[in-house]
Design a protein around this ligand. Structure first.
Ligand code: C2E
Ligand code: MG
Ligand code: MG
Length: 613
């Protein structure tokens, strides 16, 4: 809208200028001056709203920072206008007219202003004027003026007063900025991550919360990522190189990709980002994009540090409805990240099933300690049978959880969760302790005993004192080590091979038996068998999926058994359920079996009855 400059010198505009000067000398704080100025203009022209929407530093959006409105009208405080380059062009870069004001009707016709319309319409104004606030060639915000008096046009006098208000505000902001600049220097030190320049996590939370609560029009994506093997990278290449990787991550994922409108490094190598969605969401595309970005980042680092092997694991979540609080979305994105990390993939999009999983995780982890104190955990024994004599020659202790309501929870429900939160190390030692107690009791009473095997979670191997701890335990109970056997799964050796090898040697040195559990269920490596001295090889139940064993399978099983025996290992086959399987394994000269055919895991009392019969 153009206006007639001749009317600028009207009575009220002059009055405004002297009022502004007076304000500046009278009030201590420019903010107060701005509020008083808005109130004066608002009252003078019987406006419903007069609002300053300021562009936010670090955020591509405008928020209402100062406003005056009549009592019967809602504040605009909670509105956010997303900043776009198009919007900037409309309000700022078209310099063909010396000043620009837009009425609601004009704005409605512009697709560039589509973010603004719903916000203004909410106020149900009859007449609206929006003008850009500029400062030193910069677009700093809007002055929004609204009336609800049934008149849909402002007079020229009114418009000139509004323009004068706008100019005074621009000057006020100049003063504000000078103060803020000093403040900003101080903030720079305290608010920003010195390594990446990103805002610190608490500021991120504050800003994200603000956007989340107030922007009802847009959908958002939350991204939570970490750099796997970063610790190892730091140790290998030094911390300066590590910092460089963090900076490159920021450039790659945050600033250069212009994807994430706010981002932060939570701590160490954990990053978070949030952005509004442009256009409809295509989930597959979102995952693909994140994967590509991760992949190109990994390649970039590898080109600088060829021996490095960092891996990005990212969890992404869509904030589509706002029924949950922001923290829940962050937790959910983090959970998706953990799944990505666990499966060594670059990106996982959070879904509802994961939410159920996470609830289960919290439910189970929150009651675990108490349950352990209340002796809700116990073990059952599953017999191991010598195939030649068909006698029980050992047993495996398997953890069970008896809930106070009488239900029994099986390990598949709780072990993976306890491995995540680390509680498994406590539970395992609890089980080992109970097994020792059981063995001691039988030894003291002169009863027959067979070796009992216990399972070792891979989590123990993250520390190097596992062997020492079990040795201390059996010494405390005075159990001959030959009665205790430790089952280690092959993934232990894949993840933490040096530590695992060392532990295995220590256990064997002390005379414990050590078995490789679930052989053939994962990425079995024959190398492992060659390099490590296991006493027993436990073939996974997957080897016996079918009752009809094909020729090929027969060849594989036969070769494994033969090879194991050449390496002086005893071979046990797990999950034996039928007579046919028993006969087959006998032919293959398998030494031992364990499975439902001979006995399910059972309470110790029942096991003793089986032993003596
Ligand atoms: P695992 O060590 O391979 O134990 C054998 C699993 O196979 C047991 O499941 C057992 O009940 C099941 N099984 C035995 N015979 C048969 C059969 O004939 N058919 C079929 N279908 N299944 C059979 P469970 O007790 O549910 O334990 C599952 C896994 O949880 C164990 O696999 C082990 O990895 C882990 N686990 C159990 N107790 C503990 C524990 O105290 N500590 C740790 N760290 N892990 C444990
Ligand atoms: Mg086992
Ligand atoms: Mg097993």
């Amino acid at each position: 809208m153009t206006y007639n400059k001749d009317v600028l010198g009207t009575q009220f505009t002059l009055e405004l200028s002297s009022y502004a000067l007076e304000l500046i000398s009278r009030v201590n704080d420019v903010s107060e001056a701005i509020s008083l100025l808005l109130a004066k203009v608002g009252k003078q022209f019987s406006l419903s709203h007069i609002t300053v929407l300021e562009k936010q530093r670090n955020l591509p959006c405008f928020m209402a920072t100062y406003e005056w409105h009549t009592a019967e009208n809602e504040p605009m405080r909670n509105h956010i206008i997303t900043y776009t380059e198009e919007l900037k062009e409309v309000f700022f870069e078209r310099r063909d007219q010396s000043e620009e004001l837009f009425t609601l009707q004009e704005l409605k016709g512009m697709k560039e202003a589509k973010n603004i319309i719903p916000i203004i319409e909410q106020n149900k104004a009859d007449n609206v004027i929006l003008c850009a606030l500029k400062q030193k060639e910069k677009f700093i915000g809007f002055l929004n003026i609204e009336t609800r008096n049934g008149i849909d046009k402002f007079s020229e006098e009114e418009i000139s007063a509004f323009l004068q208000t706008k100019r005074i505000l621009e000057n006020f902001f100049l003063v504000c900025r000078a103060n803020q600049e000093a403040q900003r220097r101080i903030e720079q030190v305290t608010l920003f991550d010195p390594v990446t320049g990103l805002i610190k996590y608490d500021s991120f939370l504050e800003q994200a919360e603000l956007i989340y609560k107030n922007d009802l029009n847009n959908q958002y994506i939350l991204f939570y990522a970490d750099i796997n093997n970063f610790k190892y990278f730091n140790e290998t290449y030094g911390y300066a190189a590590g910092d460089e990787v963090l900076r490159l991550f920021e450039q790659h994922f945050m600033s250069q990709s212009s994807r994430y409108m706010i981002g932060s490094r939570i701590f160490s190598d954990y990053f978070i980002g949030m952005t509004s969605l442009r256009g409809p969401i295509i989930e597959r595309k979102l995952i693909q994009e994140t994967q590509m970005l991760s992949y190109s980042f990994q390649k970039k680092i590898q080109s600088i540090y060829p021996e490095s092997s960092i891996h990005i694991a990212a969890g992404v979540i869509l904030i589509d409805n706002k029924n949950l609080d922001l923290q829940t979305y962050i937790d959910n994105a983090n959970q998706a990240r953990k799944i990505a990390k666990f499966n060594r993939i670059n990106c996982v999009l959070f879904d509802k099933d994961m939410e159920a999983e996470r609830k289960k995780y919290y439910r189970i982890t929150s009651i675990a300690e108490e349950a352990l104190k209340n002796n809700e955990f116990y073990f059952e024994l599953q017999p191991k049978i010598d195939l030649r004599t068909k006698r029980i020659v050992g047993a495996e202790a398997l953890a069970r959880w008896a809930r106070p309501d009488g239900t029994v929870v099986y390990p598949n429900e709780f072990i993976p969760i306890f491995e995540q939160n680390g509680f498994i190390t406590k539970l395992d030692f609890y089980v080992y302790g109970k097994v020792c107690e059981y063995l001691l009791n039988r030894i003291r009473n002169g009863m027959e005993i067979v070796p009992i095997s216990v399972n070792v979670s891979r989590v123990h191997l993250k520390q190097d004192n596992f062997a020492k701890k079990v040795i201390r335990l059996v010494e405390q109970y005075r159990i001959p080590p030959k009665y205790l056997e430790f089952e280690l799964t092959e993934n232990i050796f894949l993840e933490n091979s040096e530590q695992a090898k060392k532990t295995l040697m220590e256990l064997k040195k002390y005379d414990f038996k050590v078995s490789m559990d679930d052989f053939g269920s994962g990425f079995s490596s024959l190398n492992l068998l060659m390099n490590l001295e296991f006493d027993i090889l436990k073939l996974d139940k997957d080897f016996l999926t079918d009752n009809i064993i094909t020729k090929k399978e027969e060849v594989v099983i036969k070769s494994i058994i033969r090879m194991a025996k050449l390496m002086k290992m005893t071979v046990l086959c797990e999950g034996v359920e039928t007579k046919e399987q028993v006969d087959f394994l006998e032919r293959m000269q398998c030494d031992m079996v364990q499975g439902y055919y001979f006995g399910k895991p059972m309470k110790t009392e029942l096991f003793e009855i089986c032993m003596s019969s």
